[in-house]
Design a protein around this ligand. Structure first.
Ligand code: HEC
Length: 294
């Protein structure tokens, strides 16, 4: 009589499968505390117990029909702990008589082949693999599971939301608090290329808007160059609406103003001016005498 898998092994197997299936469909571990999962797990455990009990009944019936010697071997076999039984089974070699029964005849090449039964664990894994494959493919096509684009979109949305939340809680730089930093120049360049380059030209050489690399300025609302740029981007030009109030209109954030001001400072003070001879716009306004503090 074959030995059955004990209930205490079936329960973790069933729970493990349940967790895999639930995880596949919910894509997070939150389900572990959901009533639906706990209920399903409880029912599954009860079913495992019932299956175990029915198995016991059948085993008892079969036991009654055994001969006395069979009964004795059955009882002594049962005393071996389950894992030891599995271990022994894995290394058991066939007796000569058993080999004869499962020998496949290869008369033509003389190779001896035994038609062994596949091990249970192997069959179990195989059927699990088939079932998992069906589940995977069907959930791939019928649900959102495992779609790289959907996962990407989801993550993108979550990250944008996280950034927005961070931006709404963090205090944005203002005209008073903003300070020049070399680290912001690169980020400022990106802001400039998105918002400003259409009028102020490549590298700030000027066009519709003035050349931002020379030392001549129409507007000089602040004493330092850095603050002047910040002020201009925040408030726009008081005389020329073409240069809009980017900050006040909510087009660029305090961080963007801080960064783009650093970029304009960089191209004005840390690089040579782009002169008309080099394709830059002619100076406009009056010569500036900026205070040295940034
Ligand atoms: C639609 C065209 C346009 C865009 C876009 C634009 N500007 Fe201007 N900007 C101007 C004009 C025109 C002036 C001159 C204003 C005046 O005459 O008072 C100006 C002036 C300025 C000044 C002062 C220059 C001076 O000599 O007084 C700064 C600094 C400046 N812009 C920075 C920026 C930055 C930074 C951006 C991007 C966030 C930007 N501008 C986007 C057209 C533009």
């Amino acid at each position: 009589m074959k030995r059955r898998t004990p209930v205490y092994i079936n329960i973790p197997i069933v729970l493990g499968l349940l967790i895999i299936v639930f995880y596949m469909f919910s894509q997070s571990s939150d389900f572990l505390s959901s009533k639906f999962f706990l209920g399903t797990a409880l029912i599954s455990i009860v079913v495992v117990f019932i299956q175990g009990a029915i198995g016991d009944l059948i085993e008892n019936e079969k036991f009654k029909k055994l001969t006395d010697t069979e009964k004795a071997t059955y009882i002594s076999d049962k005393k071996v702990p389950y894992f030891q039984y599995l271990w022994n089974g894995a290394f058991k070699s066939q007796s000569e008589k058993e080999e004869k029964d499962i020998l496949i005849d290869h008369g033509f090449d003389g190779i001896m082949e035994l038609d062994n039964q596949l091990p249970k664990w192997w069959l179990g894994l195989f059927y699990f693999g088939v079932a998992y494959c069906i589940l995977y493919v069907s959930s791939y096509f019928l649900t959102d599971f495992a779609h790289p684009y959907k996962e990407y979109e989801q993550e993108y949305r979550e990250q944008t939301a996280a950034i927005n939340e961070y931006m709404s809680t963090v205090t944005q730089p203002t005209l008073e608090t903003a300070v020049f930093s070399e680290d912001n120049v690169e980020a400022g360049k990106a802001v400039f290329e998105t918002n400003c380059v259409s009028c102020h030209g490549e590298g700030g050489k000027g066009g519709i808007g003035p050349n931002l690399t020379d030392n001549f300025w129409i507007n000089q609302p602040e004493k330092t160059l850095y603050k002047t740029v910040f002020w201009m981007v925040e408030n726009g030009s008081p005389n020329n609406p073409t240069m809009q109030a980017w900050g006040k209109n909510g087009v660029v954030s305090g961080f963007d103003m801080q960064n783009v001001a650093a970029y304009v400072y960089h191209i004005n003070q840390e690089q040579a001016p782009i002169t008309p001879a080099q394709g830059g716009a002619a100076p406009q306004g009056t010569e500036a005498h900026w205070e040295k503090t940034k």
